[in-house]
Write a protein that binds this ligand. Structure first.
Ligand code: ARG
Ligand code: ZN
Length: 866
């Protein structure tokens, strides 16, 4: 358990440059599950700040300090050790020199490290996670990103641990007495401590090679546990494509002779961009047709790219402090989105991104955990690796690119790399390169980084006919308002780029499509047009806002049929679907509007699959609440079920036709074209399973050899309510009992199913003696997945809430970071009726009152209760 720390927030306004900076770090590790030894030799010089040369504060947690020396003597200046680190202060007899070498030996306990931060053991593999503040659990250090040093690392271990990895270039290796050996690594690129990594274990490598644009060879390796080596090919391929793409699109080459990736089973997040040694959650590396779905392949491609792209946006240029996290994360997410759009269908990628943004970031922005893309204070930085920092952060860059244009964007990025290579930077530095490259004043744009909350843009229109049949003047008025968020009652208008087109009755563009810049509370534009247009606004979702425009069913059907912008076609379908599911429109009319598009063979199947996928119940709950009514999960569930069934009835012959037509011939390939066909087939099956005929089809498909066909079939069978579902679940478990990643899917299906006994089943699974809940993937597959269940989690007697709270209280002392993250499931409590609100608040209060609560959990829970 963590020491109890008084929750004093850390503030951006209090930033001060370091008093001392480390120039070079030598580390020697002597690995052992308990009592691993770490010897550090660190060269310190005076820092740039006012406090330069004052006392040296080193962060350190859970370290047993065995010895320390300054410039080789243990006649030290005054040294005070506390729970959070130590202070080295000048003393009369020994003032701190202008530059000196600090040496310390500490002992740490990787086996007992269940928080998965610092150095820990995962399934027999030693590995590290240092972002954000894990390095201080390895040795004493100024553990802040603006202290950048070169590193030389030596790892000593028993020969039973053959693979010894760290950052940078490999150096000497060799035997040591007593069945031991060593390996040395040097990283020539100065880096902050959060990018340090060490991995050691019995691993096998899937290797390959890459030659950079300027002809330098790079040895590539993906290290996995024996038996997994045949599941690395796709990740390796994605890595090589990422490396090439960063060269062609951003002019960025890789800068070491080796690039290593390791897959570990216990990991709090998706992956980590340590210099030259990316560490991944095995879920985002390992894939075979039998075990991974198309979606898994897509995520692997995106995350491999994301971590690789960090080499320039994050590592070569890093963050000055953790408030600037979006500097690297927003930019790197934007870059991985661009990459995925280039590798796959741009339209489909964009729609998926926006679905995710709305489901997670809009949800966050509308609740008690809302915070700006660049927060101004935090208690525990791990709580700020959020959809707002990552996904909204990426949206801000997408807007910047739209505002300045693609060419200027590229010039601004070139300037950024030129000007700031090797530095630890701020959002001010970032905006400045855009101002310098474009000559524009972006003062107002900065507000996007400082203000939380999702702006609402309302639309009003006017039409004055010149003379009957002679055309007229069309006026478009856009108005913005951002609701208040915790600590930010009043908001200023932000610049909102609204990509738009104006369509004539036959669907053609009446004017050249463009971008309207709503740069004040309200703005009005007018156009001389031959006829009254139907506007297509916020094309491509050009800004992260909620667009409110009263629109008729007929107009939506028109846009669904005619808009040239695929995003807005989908958006029209989604708006119609929402009306159907909220009882304001008929399923038949929706089916009629949908029919031409879903059967249009010239349209990408993946896109058609998105048209056929109805909004989830969580989205309807959000929409209900935003329209001023409390969300009733049971009523929403019933309405959603009825809408799906009605749509299936209305489209049955076409759905069956699609199901037949979309069968993919030949062996499985993860390629986007095939994946799209499977997605459309699965969407058709998902609806058909609501009809008696569909259950049998789903049951038959459960025997599919590849997971992309098998998993949606099993989900459809569960949703159909067929009595065959249990046997199919059992058969699945019998096939995959030995494979933890696949069994996560099996648990997740059951945890998210809308069956009357879901909670009882989830409880039984969670109480099974062999359920390894301390592994985050396992915990998430069951407990966190259940908390996403729109019905079972919200059952009226509060038993779903109690189940989650019990598990959070249990996990918190073991792994506070993952526990606090899952606790975010409660953030939507304001959406529901008074009775449910009371039940949720009672659970939050019970968590808050738990003794020894982590700083992570204490912060999250208290913000949700405010
Ligand atoms: N930088 C990593 C990534 O986005 C995530 C690290 C998360 N670490 C944490 N402590 N929350 O690729
Ligand atoms: Zn990242």
């Amino acid at each position: 358990m963590r020491p109890d720390v008084s929750p004093t927030p850390i503030r951006l306004a209090d930033y001060a440059p370091p008093a001392w900076v480390a120039e070079h770090v030598d580390l020697t590790f002597d690995l052992a599950p308990r009592g691993a030894r770490v010897r550090a030799r660190i060269r310190f010089v005076k820092g740039p700040g006012e406090a330069a040369g004052g006392p040296l504060r080193l962060d350190g947690q859970k370290l047993r300090l065995l010895s320390a020396a300054v410039d080789g003597t243990d006649a030290l200046p005054s040294i005070t050790v506390d729970e959070e680190g130590l202070t080295l202060a000048p003393a009369d007899n020994a003032p701190l020199p202008d530059a000196f070498t600090w040496e310390a030996e500490v002992e740490i306990d990787p086996e007992a490290n269940t928080e998965l931060e610092g150095l820990y053991l995962s399934n027999g593999v030693y590995c590290t996670q240092c972002e954000a503040e894990g390095f201080r659990k390895i040795t004493y250090f100024p553990d802040r990103p603006d202290v950048m040093a070169t590193y030389a690392v030596r790892i000593e271990a028993p020969t039973s641990i053959p693979v010894l990895l760290s950052n940078g270039e490999p150096g000497a290796t060799g035997p040591l007495p007593g069945d031991r050996h060593f390996a040395e690594w040097t990283d020539p690129w100065p880096k902050p401590s959060y990018l340090f990594a060490l991995v050691a274990g019995e691993l096998v490598a899937h290797t390959d090679a890459f030659t950079t644009a300027s002809g330098r060879p790079v040895a590539l390796a993906i290290h996995v546990r024996p038996g997994d080596e045949d599941r690395c090919a796709y990740a390796m391929d994605a890595l090589k494509r990422s490396m090439r793409w960063d060269e062609t699109e951003y002019g960025r080459e890789y800068d070491l002779s080796v690039f290593n990736i390791v897959a570990v089973d216990d990991f709090n997040m998706g992956a980590m961009e340590n210099k030259g040694l990316n560490v991944f959650n095995s879920k985002y590396v390992l894939a075979s047709p039998e075990t991974a779905t198309d979606r898994d392949y897509e995520l692997i491609e995106g995350i491999i790219a994301h971590e690789y792209f960090h080499n320039w946006t994050g590592n070569r240029i890093t963050c000055r402090d953790w408030f600037q996290l979006c500097l690297k994360e927003g930019l790197t997410v934007f870059r991985d989105q661009q990459f995925s759009a280039d590798m796959r269908s741009e339209a489909v990628q964009r729609i998926d991104q926006v679905k995710m943004l709305r489901a997670r970031q809009f949800r966050e922005d509308a609740g008690p955990l809302a915070h700006p893309v660049r927060p101004e204070e935090f208690i525990e930085i791990n709580n700020f690796y959020t959809a707002t920092v990552y996904e909204k952060g990426a949206e801000l860059i997408r807007m910047l690119r739209l505002i300045v244009g693609a060419e200027t964007y590229r010039a601004a990025l070139d300037l950024y790399f030129d000007r700031h290579d090797g530095q630890a930077c701020t959002i001010e530095d970032w905006i400045a390169v855009f101002e310098d490259a474009s000559g524009r004043d972006l003062t107002r744009f900065r507000l996007w980084y400082a203000q939380a909350g999702t702006p609402r843009v309302t639309v009003s229109e006017g039409w004055v006919e010149d003379a009957p049949g002679q055309g007229g003047r069309y006026t478009l008025t856009l108005r913005q308002e951002t609701p208040s968020t915790p600590g930010q009652p009043l908001k200023k208008p932000v610049p909102i780029p609204v990509a738009f087109g104006l369509l004539g009755a036959d669907g053609r563009e009446l004017i050249e499509p463009g971008v309207l810049e709503l740069d004040d509370t309200e703005r009005c534009w007018s156009f001389e047009l031959p006829e009254r247009p139907v506007p297509s606004l916020l094309r491509g979702f050009s800004a992260p806002v909620i667009l409110e425009r009263r629109s008729s069913e007929a107009e939506r059907a028109f846009l669904l049929a005619h808009d040239r912008d695929p995003f807005n076609r989908w958006e029209a379908a989604r708006a119609l679907a929402l009306e159907v599911m909220m009882g304001a429109a008929s399923a038949d009319a929706f089916a009629e509007a949908l029919l031409p598009a879903i059967t249009d063979a010239s349209l990408d199947p993946a896109f058609r699959a998105l048209l056929l996928t109805l909004p989830g119940e969580d989205e309807i709950a959000r929409e209900t609440w935003s329209r001023g009514r409390p969300a009733d999960p049971d009523a929403i569930h019933a309405a959603a079920k009825a809408a799906r069934k009605a749509l299936a009835e209305a489209l049955e012959p076409e759905l069956r036709g699609l199901y037949e037509a979309m069968e993919t011939p030949g062996p499985y390939t993860p390629e986007a074209g095939d994946a799209g066909r499977r997605a459309l087939r699965a969407a058709a099956l998902g609806l058909l399973a609501r009809l008696p005929v569909g259950a049998g089809m789903a049951e038959a498909q459960c025997g599919a050899a590849n997971m992309s066909d098998r998993l949606p079939a099993l989900a459809a069978l569960l949703a159909s309510g067929s009595p065959a579902a249990d046997a199919a679940l059992d058969a699945f478990a019998a096939d995959w009992r030995h494979d933890p990643l696949v069994m996560d899917k099996w648990r997740m299906l059951q945890a998210t199913a809308s069956r009357p006994d879901t909670l009882a089943r989830v409880k039984a699974l969670s109480e099974a003696p062999d359920f390894p809940w301390k592994t985050p993937n396992r915990f998430r597959s069951l407990v966190a997945a259940f908390a996403q269940n729109p019905c079972a989690f919200h059952q009226a007697d509060g038993s779903g809430y109690r189940f989650l709270a019990d598990w959070l209280i249990r996990l918190d002392p073991v792994n506070p970071q993952t526990a606090a993250r899952v606790a975010g499931a409660f953030e939507t409590w304001r959406r529901y009726d008074a009775k449910r609100q009371k039940l949720i608040r009672a659970e939050l209060s019970r968590i808050a009152a738990t003794e020894g609560l982590s700083r992570d959990m204490a912060e999250i829970v208290s913000r949700m209760l405010d």
